[in-house]
Design a protein around this ligand. Structure first.
Ligand code: FAD
Length: 417
């Protein structure tokens, strides 16, 4: 079979939620974009029940999807708003409660099945003439030269491009191929995920109870179902995924202090080992990393994909600005702006997330007292609480650029055709 060489300006390796959003963000620009996805690119909802993987999508991420014309497709499929967030400590009286009405917002965010998001993104991508989507396609090799990068595909074809984006997830082959090291650790925790129906209504509230073994979240889904993310030690997670339904309902009800009454029914269960890392470099000449390829965090604050979408908003802005100014989009000087912008944001979130997890993971009596006191105190101090909730919604200003990227503010990128 004859081999083909394709020319592009940007090649995005990985068409998950983050890579596909970046392709949409560069849609209708003067750049020729190729999105490479190893999977089929067909994302459907299960005939019955819900998909096991869901994401808490912040208001900032919602704005990105709205600005890119993707939100309509998401909302038309299936979404569930959460207007309140209730977090409490199983070993004490500390509790914190966030209410969207207190900050004058209609919602704090939405719980959305991952397949709903990707299906809407792939639908939207069909509208862009400058974006080519190649599914069932993997990279075999990537070579960087002064003026271009050359990508060999497993089907024998080649792509020559000015910029490669690694959006290929936590195990990123692109990151590894470029020799980019990461800092981080395994949490020695597995997240057990499923969905359940409870006797009492979830009240459009995202509930999180900190158990000595790890956080347990009930996230609201339509029809009074809740998505469960239960982080615990791997051995316990294995037991939870393997036990029969009746035993699981009992164990889950107890762990959640029967806050929403009996567990009436549940879906299949799966476990995801949890890791925390951040790449030491987000960019190299002709390369940028986005999403889980650049950083993976504990799901306790539901921020992983939201961070990835903020990467997309920043990187798309940097690239479109560079095009407008006639600069080389693969030049390190251009890409460094993206790295500075995102590293500042993600590092502070990583530190906060990790401190939180350690604080709640400790059974030391002094630390237990401190966290219960801290939770109750924070709950009473309105400005601190409002600052926290705005951060959780992705609406805090960035320390380096001074403000959120344009897409996160609901503004279209300049320089699009
Ligand atoms: C239990 C759990 C709960 C979570 N809950 C939340 C939440 O509530 N909110 C939140 O914000 N985040 C949450 N997260 C995190 C979120 O799921 C991830 O941050 C997000 O999925 C990362 O998206 P991504 O597109 O960067 O990577 P991925 O979803 O891993 O996508 C990578 C894509 O690249 C493709 N690919 C890989 N290699 C290649 C290759 N060589 N060539 C071509 N394609 C390739 C893959 O097929 C895949 O489609 C949670 C995570 C877990 C584990």
């Amino acid at each position: 079979m004859s081999q083909t060489t394709i020319q592009a300006d940007v090649v995005i390796v990985g068409g998950g939620m983050v890579g596909a959003t970046l392709a949409c963000a560069l849609g209708d620009s003067s750049l020729k974009v190729i999105l490479l996805e190893a999977g089929s690119g067909e994302y459907q909802l299960p005939a019955e029940g819900f998909e096991l993987r869901v994401s808490a999508i912040t208001r900032a991420s919602q704005r990105i999807f709205e600005t890119l014309g993707v939100w309509q497709g998401i909302a038309a499929r299936r979404i569930s708003p959460y207007r309140d967030m209730h977090v409490w400590d199983a070993a004490g009286s500390g509790v914190i409660h966030f209410d969207s009405a207190e900050i004058g917002e209609a919602t704090l965010g939405h719980i959305i099945e991952n397949n709903v998001i990707t299906a809407a993104l792939y639908e939207r991508l069909k509208a862009f003439e400058n974006v080519e989507v190649l599914t069932n396609t993997r990279t075999a090799s990537i070579t960087i030269e002064a003026e271009n990068a050359s990508i060999g595909l497993i089907n024998g074809n080649h792509i020559t491009t000015r910029l490669v984006i690694g959006a290929d997830g936590g195990q990123s082959a692109v990151r590894q191929q470029f020799g980019i090291s990461v800092r981080g650790w395994d949490y020695d925790h597995t997240a057990v995920v499923t969905y359940v129906r409870t006797a009492k209504p979830h009240q459009e509230t995202a509930w999180q109870r900190f158990l000595p073994s790890g956080p347990l979240a009930f996230l609201p889904l339509p029809d009074n179902y809740s998505s469960i993310v239960w982080s615990t030690q791997p051995q316990h997670a294995k037991q939870l995924t393997e036990m029969n339904d009746a035993d699981f309902h009992h164990a889950l009800g107890e762990a959640f202090a029967h806050t929403l009454g009996e567990i009436v029914s549940s879906g299949p269960r799966a476990g995801f080992p949890l890791r925390f890392f951040v790449a030491n470099e987000y960019v190299k000449p002709r390369l940028a990393l986005v999403g889980d390829a650049a950083h993976t965090i504990h799901p306790l604050a539901g921020q992983g994909v939201n961070l990835g979408l903020a990467d997309v908003a920043s990187l798309a802005e940097v690239l479109i600005d560079a095009v407008t100014q006639g600069k080389d989009i693969g030049a390190l000087s251009v890409l460094r702006r993206y790295e500075r912008w995102r590293k500042a944001d993600s590092m502070s979130l990583f530190v906060a997330m990790d401190s939180l997890k350690r604080l709640f993971g400790s059974e030391h009596p002094g630390i237990r007292w401190l966290r219960n006191f801290g939770l109750s105190l924070t709950n009473k101090i309105t400005p601190v609480k409002n600052h926290l909730v705005r951060s959780a919604m992705g609406l805090s200003e960035n320390p380096v650029e001074g403000q959120l990227p344009r897409l996160s503010r609901g503004l279209p990128l300049q320089g699009r055709r």
